[in-house]
Design a protein. Structure first.
Length: 434
């Protein structure tokens, strides 16, 4: 595929947006014109052939490098899964592991139509290197876990400061820093307050797990007399820059609090069902309270993929099933969660196919089985298709995939396989030494 140079124009001919067949002209990374009469000369021309055009998808909760742990431990209770499988293996991660794991996640997301993601993990300078090379957008947070220990808290503060400084030094507007207090059960109130203040000083986002399980809520109430959202709010961590993942066990007062503070809740239905948290995020309560509601896959150890098309379908179906309402979360709203709402949650311009918007564009194969017949393109995208229907992906006008070709794919797959094998070997060697 031809690499678009800065300032060059691009024209996508003959695609379907809504019910209309249009052309999309891109200049300077933005949509310059969209309509039947949009055209003219362009440095690069993509023949759409009637493909369905959608905004690029935004994944608002990931642990991207956990692609290396895909299939490593499944079908276990959440706390056992974390304490006996995931955390012990993660203790042996290196920056190179995270680099290749993140590149693999980016490849998977690009192939399934995602242009941006909100990540919390470790060695985030290496994650930023991977994102930079892949051409995606990302908000990256070091996972801050102090386990209520003052000495560990100081180490986490230094790690967070170092990560944020490194990401800002890149000067890449596609890559943003955030703070990542893991959760109320792994971060002390002192740590939460520091994260909130540092976020305010640096004008960066907050990425946190919130009310994922009933046990998390009960333990928080027993220890502090407050539910998790109230505790986070007391520490300054609930504001318009906050993306709170899961939010399964919120009550109506919790939802009102998030709405009043202008925060965002990231729905992760696949992970929540797989880990059997026994409750679906109260989408209707959050929406009625004015909170932002977006969508995320979670990491590949608990999903086990990064396909946001699957996530849209599971979100719509889980809401209908759990809350016993056939009309809850219709397809149009599920798509908005994965596009415009996700972009807003991360503070990026995107998620809309309109003049002036960032040129984050995904083309779906019109002739795919899942798009036949094509009575309603949005319905098909949410309920029928998965990421395999995606043929072409643009992020801010840059072609990340064209006709299902992603440059460097074989190298990424080989590097990720090697990194995963090396990680397991180090963990096994450590166990042998013990």
């Amino acid at each position: 595929m031809k690499e678009i140079q800065q300032g060059e124009s691009l024209l996508i001919r003959d695609v379907e947006v809504g019910r209309a067949r249009v052309n999309i002209r891109v200049e300077g990374g933005r949509i310059a014109a969209i309509g039947a009469d949009a055209g003219g000369e362009a440095a690069v021309v993509i023949e759409g052939g009637g493909a369905v055009a959608l905004p690029g998808l935004y994944n608002t909760h990931t642990h991207a490098a956990m692609t290396l742990l895909r299939g490593y431990a499944d079908d276990m209770p959440l706390q056992d899964w974390l304490s006996t499988k995931i955390w012990p293996l993660e203790a042996h991660l290196t920056g190179e592991d995270v680099y290749w794991g993140t590149k693999l996640a980016c490849l998977e997301m690009i192939r399934s139509g995602t242009v941006a993601f909100n990540d919390m993990y470790f060695f985030m300078e290496d994650a930023a290197r991977a994102v930079d090379e892949m051409g995606m957008k990302a908000q990256l947070a070091y996972g801050f876990i102090d386990l209520f220990d003052e000495e560990k808290r100081e180490k986490e503060i230094k790690a967070t400061e170092k990560t944020v400084a490194a990401i800002k030094r890149r000067g890449n507007p596609r890559i943003r820093a955030a703070v990542g207090p893991h959760a109320v059960y792994t971060v002390s109130p002192e740590g939460l307050r520091w994260c909130a203040e540092f976020s305010r000083q640096q004008n960066i986002g907050i990425h946190v797990h919130l009310s994922e399980t009933e046990g998390e809520v009960k333990d928080c109430v027993e220890k502090t007399g407050m539910r998790p959202p109230a505790l986070l709010d007391k520490c300054g961590c609930i504001n318009p820059r906050t993306v709170a993942a899961h939010c399964c066990w919120l009550d109506t007062a919790d939802c009102t609090l998030l709405g009043d503070r202008g925060a965002y809740a990231s729905h992760n239905p696949t992970s929540n069902m797989k880990l059997a948290v026994h409750r679906a995020m109260p989408y209707a309560w959050l929406k009625d309270a004015g909170a932002g509601v977006c969508l995320g896959t979670d990491g590949c150890a608990s999903n086990n993929n990064q396909d946001m098309f699957e996530e849209m379908k599971f979100a719509a179906l889980l809401q209908k099933f759990f809350w016993n309402s056939q009309t809850l979360l219709p397809a149009e709203q599920a798509l908005a969660m994965a596009t415009a709402n996700g972009a807003a949650a991360m503070g990026f311009d995107g998620g809309r196919l309109e003049k002036g918007a960032a040129a984050d564009i995904v083309l779906l194969d019109r002739n795919a089985v899942c798009n036949t017949p094509l009575h309603n393109p949005v319905s098909n995208a949410v309920y029928s298709c998965n990421g395999s229907a995606v043929t072409t992906v643009l992020c801010q006008g840059r072609i990340l995939m064209q006709d299902r070709l992603v440059p460097g794919e074989e190298e990424i797959l080989a590097g990720a396989r090697t990194a995963a094998a090396s990680l397991l070997a180090r963990a096994a060697e450590s166990q042998t030494e013990e």
